[in-house]
Design a protein around this ligand. Structure first.
Ligand code: FBP
Length: 561
């Protein structure tokens, strides 16, 4: 047996909590249907593209009676970035299927959506599932970012499933993966192929949510890990009193992670991309604000601070956003310019080529950035044509620019006699992202993701295709949770992607009129000056419920608690 840690051993025995509807007869539930639904926007366009899926009702599970159901064959796939709880979704699916009929089979498609087209899978059995219960990571079957979107791919997926006798697919992913799950579900219905497709809301970024899906799994654990680390750094900053720590936090686009961590740890500054965008703040203004604070705190004899930076910031500052969108177009993999760019050998040639094609304003912005950031902006795009923002070192960029500004202010004080007038600024950079994505799920995420898996299996068994598993009442204890499903089309609208209008699940950005942002905005001025640091400490897996089961402040505030 592998040498596992005492905590791993104890954690393996943890029994995740389920919504009470599953308490009596397990997965033998009845689906009660609510009224028909509509997409969030662009109703006619979505209806035209999803005639078989659009308008389906919300489904709520009620206790049912045990019946002599036949064995089911279900496939599961993990899609996109890791999020704590993925293994528990699969365990939940497995346990529900086996409780329905011990002869049921679960196929795990390997390496993400490409496993479905390439027919790469493994059969998941008791021993495999038991080894992964309540663990972080996606290593049970791996994940990937291949986009499933073409008819060709769908035909292949259908053929592979039919050959194996699979009657349902459960796709665990974020907004893009669930958009593709919806396209696949529509295709299969149109073709009259009886394969049910069900989605599960996954992403540490927290941007797959709406009035029915209160959170994606993984957000709780990842933000707890980052908040612990930020709290530790705050203690260090407050002890050594000599560093300004600039901490970039993952979250491709939305700033939910940065906001939740700010609410948990009360940093000196936290930037929120959505606010930067709404106020059209320039990079210069952001730098001026932070540098101003360094100066003001120095006047109060404080030479330290902690700054939180959302990973996606550069895509929200109007001038860098414009630059990135021009670059995305220029460097698109299948375009002539993209191919030409790839064929150039030296960085100088690449820069020259790009500069000659950017608008003058964007060329000027690119030129004003430090060389390393310039190169990071030219990195390979992902499958969706996006720049990999996690690799752009915004935290170092801000340290450089704030440092430059402070040097300007210090320049009149060159003489030794004036040295006390010079503002000291020692920046330390950090990036917290990968540290949190595979942590062992918190009790909340262990319970929530297991419940999502269980619910997804029930939707699959009920033939509810084109649905996302939905566990409700999440801000309350698990004993009050509900289970059901919502049509994927209900979350969709039309958006421009690579110059064309596409149906996509609407990404939930931080709402500036939402309770979490308002709570933050009401306190941040005090945090900037008073060192009101808060130390959440490490995730606790065993102990009193108020310590171990507490979920995010974001969820609580959004639920009005
Ligand atoms: P998902 O949206 O797929 O859940 O992934 C989110 C994320 O963790 C982002 O926060 C981050 O920008 C990105 O993945 C990093 O991607 P990669 O793992 O490819 O470096």
């Amino acid at each position: 047996m592998a040498d596992i840690s005492p905590l791993q051993k104890a954690r393996a025995a943890y029994r995740p909590k389920l919504p009470p509807v599953f308490a009596g007869s397990g997965p033998f539930v009845q689906a009660s249907e609510g009224p028909r639904t509509r997409p969030v926007a662009d109703v006619e366009a979505i209806q035209a593209m999803f005639p078989h899926s659009c308008g389906k009702p919300v489904v709520a599970f009620e206790a049912g009676v045990r019946d002599g159901r036949g064995p089911l064959k279900v496939g599961v796939v993990l899609s996109g970035g890791q999020a704590p709880g993925g293994h528990n979704v699969i365990a939940g699916v497995f346990d529900a299927l086996r409780a329905m009929n011990p002869g049921s089979t679960l196929y795990g498609f390997l390496g993400g959506p490409s496993g479905l087209t390439d027919n790469k899978y493994k059969l998941l059995d008791d021993a495999t599932i038991d080894a992964y219960r309540n663990t972080g990571g996606f290593d049970i079957i791996g994940s990937g970012r291949t986009k499933l979107e073409t008819e060709e791919q769908f035909v292949q997926v259908a053929a592979n499933c039919e050959a194996l006798g699979i009657g349902a697919l459960i796709i665990i992913g974020g907004d893009d993966s669930n958009t593709n799950a919806c396209l696949l579900a529509e295709f299969l219905q149109r073709q009259g192929r009886p394969i049910t497709v069900v989605g599960c809301p996954k992403t540490i970024d927290g941007d797959l949510k709406n009035e029915r899906i209160a959170a994606s799994f993984g957000f709780d654990t990842a933000t707890k890990v980052y908040s612990e680390l930020i709290g530790n750094i705050e203690r260090d900053a407050n002890s050594a009193k000599k560093y300004w720590h600039f901490i970039k936090l993952m979250g491709r686009s939305a700033s939910h992670i940065a906001l939740e961590c700010a609410l948990q740890t009360h940093p000196t500054v936290a930037l929120i991309s959505e606010e930067v965008s709404a106020e059209k703040q320039t990079l210069r203004q952001i730098v001026e604000r932070i540098a101003g604070l360094v100066r003001e705190r120095f006047a109060r004899r404080k030479k330290f601070g902690v700054v939180l930076i959302p990973e996606g910031l550069v895509e929200f500052i109007p001038e860098t956003k414009r630059l990135i969108s021009e670059l995305n177009e220029l460097l698109a993999k299948k375009s002539d310019t993209g191919r030409h760019f790839d064929s150039l050998a030296s960085m100088d040639d690449k820069l020259q080529f790009v500069n000659s094609r950017l608008t003058p304003a964007s060329a000027q912005v690119l030129g004003s950035l430090p060389g390393t950031v310039r190169m990071q902006l030219l990195l390979d795009r992902d499958e969706h044509g996006n720049v990999p923002v996690s690799q752009i070192e915004t935290e170092k960029l801000l340290i450089d620019l704030v440092g430059d500004r402070i040097k300007e202010w210090n320049s009149p004080y060159k003489d030794e006699a004036d040295k006390d007038k010079r503002i000291p600024f020692n920046g330390q950079s950090h990036f917290f992202g990968y540290e949190g994505r595979c942590a062992a799920p918190s009790n909340f995420d262990a319970d929530y993701s297991y419940s999502l898996g269980y619910t997804a299996a029930c939707l699959a068994a009920a033939g509810k295709t084109g649905y996302m598993a939905c566990v409700g009442n999440l801000a309350r204890p698990a004993g009050e949770w509900t289970a059901g499903g919502i049509p994927l089309t209900m979350m969709m609208n039309m958006e421009m992607r690579k110059g064309k209008s596409h149906p996509v699940i609407r990404k939930a950005l931080v709402r500036l009129d939402g309770a979490p942002f308002r709570a933050f905005a009401a306190q941040r001025d005090a945090w900037a000056m008073e060192d009101a640091f808060r130390f959440p400490g490490p995730i606790q897996y065993f102990g009193p419920a108020e310590v171990c089961d507490a979920t995010t402040l974001t969820l609580k505030l959004e639920a009005g608690q």
